[in-house]
Design a protein around this ligand. Structure first.
Ligand code: F6P
Length: 498
């Protein structure tokens, strides 16, 4: 049953977007927020002052401010796993003890980076980073977004257990100049451990006598890494209370810190810290993660949106949608609340997206004329990342902004309905001044905090992920030769593997 706060939200009936603009000359400023070199324009969503007030009432009823403080104080808010969620401590915003511990672990990470740069492990040109999910998506995003002009190290992030993924890296890299980085919070993930074993073998076969001497482990289970054979001096631990999909700020960020430089890694943490402070201190109506979460919930709860699409209008951010898929769907794709009861309403929409302008020529048809309402998010960067003629960047940005305008405005065509555009389709835009470690840190922290607000307002614990366990277990049984499957699955196994 809906609470009075939810009923007030469900009763919201904002007019068309164009009417909202016509009614309020200050709308752009009212639903715009500037933080850490990022401009958040939520004015082309159906948020109104009334809607924000209704969501603020829900936030109060759900004790958002208390839960936010509990997050930053390092209290045990991940109840099902009995631990805190201390990713913010990695960027200096958390319980003093946890911030100090993170600082110590960062110092250890830095010392190893210095040693590698001084060739203590021999000359290194290639970094082979092996991990999956939160142990791969973050470093991959950082290096892809920020490392284009860096040429000190070539990095490959390999996650899939499909040998094709590893072979691709083997073909590019020289085993005698490769540093093998094994990233796994639990150090039990089968894909990662199999890939690491095969990579070690490739190094040995490639003439590296002491292959283990070139291995670095990033983990919250240092004893398991030690048992696996990694030397203690090259195990970079992080706290158990840092969740996998929130871990790029910890030693999981090691390949990025090595490839981009320590200063860049520190700036990334500072940018994220700035967003944390904004999230903690800004009033709801000018709080970027909160406004974004309010709009998310308006569309899923009131308008029945089942997906949300994110388009990076910047090639450097092409991995952002897949990073956000794990962050948002693994955090909030649940049907049982933090209190163990069914939630009884829609939870996380499907996060999907792509890169502009490519996506315009592939999926935008459905956005403009399809039957589903899909809130769209554009992420663009004012300063170009390329050195070509200005015209490239100008066209890129103008395409981005024109798409938002077209989605909102639409175009009637009674004579030819196939050529009519209904309009009133919402979009939000994040405009980054310049893409650098600081702004990227702030951007990622924004998405983390927005995910947290969504979770609190829905009553979800965003920090566990039991949904992935059953499939993992059954795959293990299958790998061990267990045959107790349904007829279809048994038939597929027999057909493919004999
Ligand atoms: O299967 C899901 C998951 O547990 C993610 O939450 C995590 O990021 C990923 O697997 C990798 O886990 P690990 O870092 O322990 O290898």
């Amino acid at each position: 049953m809906s609470s009075p706060e939810w009923r007030a939200i469900e009763a919201l009936q904002p007019p068309r977007l164009e009417t909202l603009f016509a009614q309020d000359a200050g709308r752009v400023a009212r639903f715009g927020v500037d933080v850490a070199g990022l401009h958040f324009d939520w004015s082309k969503t159906h948020l109104t002052t009334e809607a924000v007030a209704a969501f603020e009432a829900l936030a109060k009823a759900q004790n958002l401010s208390g839960k936010r403080e509990a997050l930053f104080r390092g209290e045990v808010i991940n109840q099902t796993e009995g631990r805190a969620a201390e990713h913010t401590a990695e960027r200096g915003e958390g319980a003093p003890d946890s911030v100090a511990r993170a600082g110590m672990l960062h110092a250890r990470m830095r010392a190893l980076i210095d040693a590698i740069e001084m060739e203590a492990l021999g000359p290194i040109a290639h970094i082979l980073h092996i991990g999956i999910g939160g142990s791969a998506l973050g470093p991959d995003l950082l290096i892809d977004a920020l490392g284009r002009d860096e040429d000190r190290y070539e990095v490959a992030v390999v996650s899939n257990v499909d040998g094709c993924a590893l072979e691709e890296a083997f073909a590019r890299f020289d085993p005698t100049a490769t540093l093998l980085v094994i990233a796994s919070k639990t150090f039990t993930t089968t894909e990662t451990l199999l890939n690491a074993t095969s990579a070690l073998e490739w190094m040995r076969e490639g003439g590296v006598e002491d292959a283990y001497g070139r291995v670095v482990a990033l983990t919250a289970a240092p004893d398991s890494a030690l048992e696996w054979g990694v030397d203690e001096t090259r195990i970079l631990p992080f706290a158990e209370s840092v969740g996998g999909r929130y871990s790029l700020w910890s030693s999981i960020g090691f390949p990025a810190a090595l490839a981009l430089g320590w200063e860049a890694f520190e700036e990334l943490l500072e940018g994220a810290g700035e967003m944390d402070r904004h999230f903690r201190l800004a009033a709801a109506h000018e709080n970027a993660p909160m406004l974004a979460a309010f709009a998310d919930l308006f569309y899923t709860q009131v308008k029945g949106a089942q997906t949300r699409a994110i388009f990076a209008y910047d090639e450097r951010l092409r991995l952002l949608p897949s990073y956000l898929q794990q962050l948002e769907m693994e955090s909030n794709g649940k049907s049982v609340g933090a209190d163990g009861q069914p939630i009884g309403r829609a939870t996380a929409p499907v996060t999907w997206g792509g890169v502009g302008t490519d996506a315009q020529h592939a999926v935008f048809q459905l956005l403009h004329q399809g039957t589903q309402l899909i809130p769209v998010e554009f992420v663009a960067v004012a300063e170009p990342g390329d050195a070509l003629a200005d015209e490239h960047h100008r066209q890129l940005l103008l395409n981005c902004f024109a798409q938002g305008a077209a989605l909102m405005k639409g175009r009637a065509n009674e004579a030819d309905p196939a050529r009519a555009y209904p309009g009133d389709r919402p979009s939000a835009t994040i405009l980054i001044e310049a893409l650098d470690p600081r702004s990227l840190g702030a951007l990622i922290a924004f998405y983390e905090q927005r995910t947290f607000v969504n979770a609190v307002l829905l009553g979800i614990n965003p920090f566990d992920q039991f949904g992935v366990e059953l499939g993992k277990e059954m795959a293990k049984v299958a790998v061990q030769g267990g045959l107790d499957f349904d007829p279809s699955t048994t038939d597929l196994i027999q057909r493919a593997l004999g």
